[in-house]
Design a binder for this molecule. Structure first.
Ligand SMILES: [Zn+2]
Length: 69
């Protein structure tokens, strides 16, 4: 699935929020740590390719890629 921008709710199951996937080993601020707790951010791991999804539904696991221009 590809979208130009982050959807407010999951296009597949309609749940929200849709999480932003953060790659690598980010140094979280308190705000970001809270966003992890609330499901706004998920950790994508350290392996980064050119073809990684940008967002993911925490409910159904649907991965969403950002449309490339
Ligand atoms: Zn979903």
């Amino acid at each position: 699935m590809e979208l130009a921008r982050k959807p407010i709710c999951c296009p597949k199951c309609g749940s929200r929020p849709v999480a932003r996937i953060v790659y690598g080993l980010p140094h979280f601020s308190e705000k970001e740590a809270r966003e992890v707790d609330t499901g706004k951010i998920v950790l994508g791991g350290c392996i980064i390719t050119d073809d990684d999804p940008q967002w993911a539904c925490v409910s159904c696991g649907q991965q969403i890629f950002k449309t490339k221009k």
